[in-house]
Design a protein around this ligand. Structure first.
Ligand SMILES: [Fe+2]
Ligand SMILES: [Fe+2]
Length: 248
């Protein structure tokens, strides 16, 4: 039995593709076929696959039907978490999504799932992504303060959601945690954040995140061992469409 993770599938079976690069780039070419094949080779029915957001370019649920069906048809238990492009998924309608798609898909938000003796907790997260002002040597010399203030509000809301999930699991007796975020845990200006602090406070062993895709962004945040936890970027193009084995 194994736990796998990957993010940023950005499927578009029914919807208009918002990132034309996806069609031209070698790594993204027929990525859904590559990913399906890799899952077929790696994942068994008793395994769990966590999909860490940005599932579909669809703007509403009806534009995501085939994308969600594709995910549902992958082997193993599927757990989905929210990404910034998942327009079909409002937080307060998570229960309805779970009703509609059970038992094929599990939508995780403001709650937890289990894997062996671990609680899996997830939220979208948020990071300030600029705009930044750069000098001629590519050094950051400033940034948009208003955008930063707005980001702080979104970060706080996501931290509240995440703490709720940790508390629910803790209340049910869980002491081991894996944390899934869609956004990186830190922005490019930070060494640590409210998300890394919560991971440390609750003792999450691993922090799994996505959202950074395209080679220039792969190193926007933390990789590997850091302050007692292990951080993994699992965006699909970074992993070349092979899900990461998080736990055996
Ligand atoms: Fe994405
Ligand atoms: Fe994203």
């Amino acid at each position: 039995m194994s736990l796998y993770a990957i993010g940023d599938l950005h499927l578009h079976y029914q919807s208009e593709l918002k990132a034309p690069n996806q069609l031209k780039n070698r790594i993204w070419k027929k990525h859904e076929e590559k990913f399906r094949k890799n899952c077929g080779k790696m994942i068994r029915e008793e395994d769990t696959l966590v999909l860490v957001g940005d599932h579909s370019w669809g703007r509403n649920l009806s534009e995501c039907q085939l994308d969600l069906q594709y995910i549902s048809d992958l082997p193993g238990r599927k757990i989905l978490t929210r990404g910034n492009h998942d327009m079909f998924w409002e937080v307060n309608k998570t229960g309805r999504l779970n009703e509609l798609y059970k038992p094929g898909l599990n939508f995780l938000q403001n709650n937890y799932e289990t894997y062996q003796d671990y609680a899996l907790v997830a939220t979208k997260g948020f990071t300030f992504e600029g705009p930044f002002y750069i000098d001629r040597r590519n050094r950051i010399v400033g940034w948009d303060r208003e955008a930063e203030d707005h980001a702080k509000k979104l970060v706080k809301r996501e931290l509240d959601r995440l703490r709720l999930a940790f508390e629910l699991a803790k209340g049910d007796g869980f002491r081991k945690f894996i944390l899934f975020l869609h956004y990186p845990p830190t922005n490019i200006l930070e060494d640590r954040s409210g998300f890394t602090d919560l991971a440390e406070e609750y003792g999450a062993e691993k922090v799994i995140y996505a959202h950074s895709h395209g080679e220039s962004r792969f190193h926007d945040s933390i990789h590997g061992e850091y302050r007692g936890r292990t951080y993994h970027l699992v965006s699909g193009d970074y992993l070349r469409w092979k899900p990461l084995k998080v736990l055996a």
